[in-house]
Write a protein that binds this ligand. Structure first.
Ligand code: SAM
Length: 355
């Protein structure tokens, strides 16, 4: 296999990516981690950007077969934060010197176009924070209005590039046919920085399809790439074993090691992207999962600013890391971890750099 130090400009082929995904030799993997870390330093530097995450609502109209806040889960209490509660989180983000606030929710039409437009304007008037939205497959008019109001970035994972697997885990809404890829293209046209990504180890996901996902990241030249392990939620069809695994030897495991491989390969295929070391990774390894993600290609972390009374209700998968810590504790813990690695905490919005 081509060591990741050779012929750096030639894009990795699908077969090379697959060989890395199945690689088990720790020395070979060490060379992958080192190369991803070098490319991360060369392209996005040593700063680790902190994006304060506010989970503004757990209402959702979708029936995603893996997600704990799907409309099908009638066991959870639903909440929607008020604008004043969200602004309080924004003030905390400013006090903790974060450069970005990320507003995430289920696909919740209780969050109306005007409601969010006013909120984005308020955040942009009262702070210098970049605003990232992660609100699902919203209509074009909503996305345009929010961009117009000052929203900077939008996150929408395509989850898997295998169209048949995608269909199986995303029952469509009546009368809605637009694909996530079409929405991602539209977001770029509207001038958003665009983030996408996948879950790793979805039942039925093969190494070939995960390699296609990585090729897709490169082709789309994404500004942000978020990848994390699929974590089964017992109150979902997938968590109850509702989908068969790929044949033996082809099923991607939803493991910590596989997640590091995908983070490292994402860095190599799209060197300028902002790549978070995700909470799902920290959930698999609370002790040092975040640090290992940062050492193997990632350059962003997303400390949780959601008020603790809501955090446990945003249960997309069980046992999510850091659901009890208050915002200030999260911030101090993460800054300490970053500095402990010899990296620096990023200043300002930390948008996509183009090299
Ligand atoms: N509604 C928005 C959307 O669909 O993009 C944002 C919220 S959604 C809960 C955010 C992400 O959570 C999804 O893109 C998915 O990758 C991740 N997620 C949901 N359920 C998960 C699970 N069981 N394991 C791992 N990640 C999960």
């Amino acid at each position: 296999m081509r060591p990741p130090t050779e012929d750096r400009r030639r894009p990795m082929t699908r077969d090379e990516i697959i060989r890395w995904l199945v690689e088990q030799d720790s020395e070979a993997l060490g060379s992958l981690w080192r190369r991803a870390d070098e490319v991360r330093r060369e392209h996005v530097g040593d700063a680790v950007h902190l994006r304060g995450l506010v989970e503004i609502s757990n209402h959702c109209v979708r029936r995603c077969a893996y997600c704990g806040i799907s409309v099908n889960n009638r066991e959870i209490v639903r909440y929607r934060m008020t604008p004043d509660e969200i602004m309080e989180c924004v003030r905390q983000a400013v006090a903790l010197a974060y450069g970005t606030v990320v507003l995430q929710a289920g696909e919740d039409y209780g969050i109306g176009r005007e409601w969010l437009t006013d909120l984005v304007r308020r955040i942009k008037t009262e702070s210098a924070l970049a605003v990232t939205l992660s609100l699902g497959e919203r209509p074009d008019e909503d996305l345009a209005a929010w961009r117009e109001a000052g929203a900077d970035r939008y996150l929408l994972r395509f989850e898997t590039s295998d169209a048949a697997l995608y269909e199986r885990i995303h029952p469509s809404l009546p009368g809605r046919s637009s694909t996530r890829f079409a929405i991602l293209r539209r977001l770029a046209e509207l001038g958003y920085e665009v983030g996408s990504g996948v879950m790793i180890g979805i039942p039925g996901q093969t190494y070939g399809s995960l390699a296609d996902d990585l090729k897709t990241f490169a082709e789309m030249d994404l500004d942000m790439i978020g990848v994390g392990p699929y974590l089964p939620h017992p109150a979902t069809p997938l968590g109850r074993g509702g989908l068969p695994e790929a044949p033996p030897g082809e099923q991607v495991p939803n493991s910590e090691l596989m997640t590091y491989k995908v983070v490292a390969l994402a860095r190599l295929v799209d060197p300028d992207a902002n790549i978070p070391s995700t909470t799902a990774l920290a959930t698999l390894n609370l002790k040092d999962g975040r640090e290992l993600g940062l050492a193997r290609g990632a350059n962003v972390v997303m400390p949780n600013l959601t008020p603790t009374k809501y955090r446990a209700l945003y249960e997309i998968y069980p046992d999510k890391a850091c659901i009890r810590e208050a915002a200030a504790q999260c911030g101090t813990c993460l800054s300490g971890r970053i500095e402990g690695m010899g990296r620096t905490v990023g200043e300002g919005p930390g948008g996509r750099r183009h090299s």
